[in-house]
Design a protein around this ligand. Sequence first.
Ligand code: SIN
Length: 330
Amino acid sequence: MQEKNQKSIKKVVILGMGGTIAGLAENTTDNVNYQAGQVSVADLLAGLGAGFVESLQNNKIELVTEQVAQLDSKDMSFVVWQQLLQRLDFYNTQPDVMGIVITHGTDTLEETAYFLHRTISANKPIVLTCAMRPASAMNPDGPQNMRDAILMARHSSANCVMVVCDGAVHSAQDVQKDHPYRTNAFSSRDNGVLAWIEEGHIRQLRAWPASQAILYRATQKILDANSHMHWPRVEMVMNYAACDGAVVQALLAQKMDLAGLIVAGTGNGTLSNDLALQLDLAITQGIRVGLCSRCALGQVVGHQKQAEYEVIELSFTKARVELILQILNA
Ligand code: SIN
């Protein structure tokens, strides 16, 4: 009988990556001067509240924590992405795991979310969450975000990578950090949120996105490799008033094994003549050039130079992740 009860217990795995959600300041009123990635993911559970944990236990749900990294996400590295993907790959196939929550810093969260969206074929909800106030704050936003993320992780039909913050559920494809301070720091750009979480209920507005983890060779390389794996170098440049292309020229002169460039064009992907000249030179050297717009919303539409530049219909930061994965996949 006891064995039967044991078998029916389901797990929600919480992977800790650091960030403000695990941050500590010297003063409880200080929401800005803090050290990210200080509190262990196991200790973050204390903020969930006894009533919440009890209701999980009543539903035979166990929370399992694992510290994958403990960093300020401004310092996110390929090695950490690789470790995260390897752990996700493990938990994604465990039948007793209902869903996975990842506590992550907000600053590069959209890049990690997109990286996972393209590399893991989710069998269950994979929910990144975060906070804009450190754990030491008088009113931290992390505990509510974690409760909401756990709720999403239990929502069995949402087999995709999502981001939960401030009551909103964003797709990995659309999510973008828009604000450096407010607790509702994220938007879903033009497409709008997938759902709202209100008092423990999910109000779904859009279909859960289908997996886009189809760059199989890239994924396998990352999963199989050790930490010395060679990741292609893809740098980012931008067009702006009086842009003379000197940054690209300097990058080419460095001979630093540059594999790709993402260029954020002005408006609908336009480039100054001088920048275009340097980018054309880069292409002749075998460097792939991906073009997107520096505008906060929208994407490059009907660009005339499509044959030369690869128009990537993503935000500037995600376009770089996409090109890295495409190069790895080639
Ligand atoms: C970080 O990205 O790790 C620090 C900032 C944050 O989480 O808001």
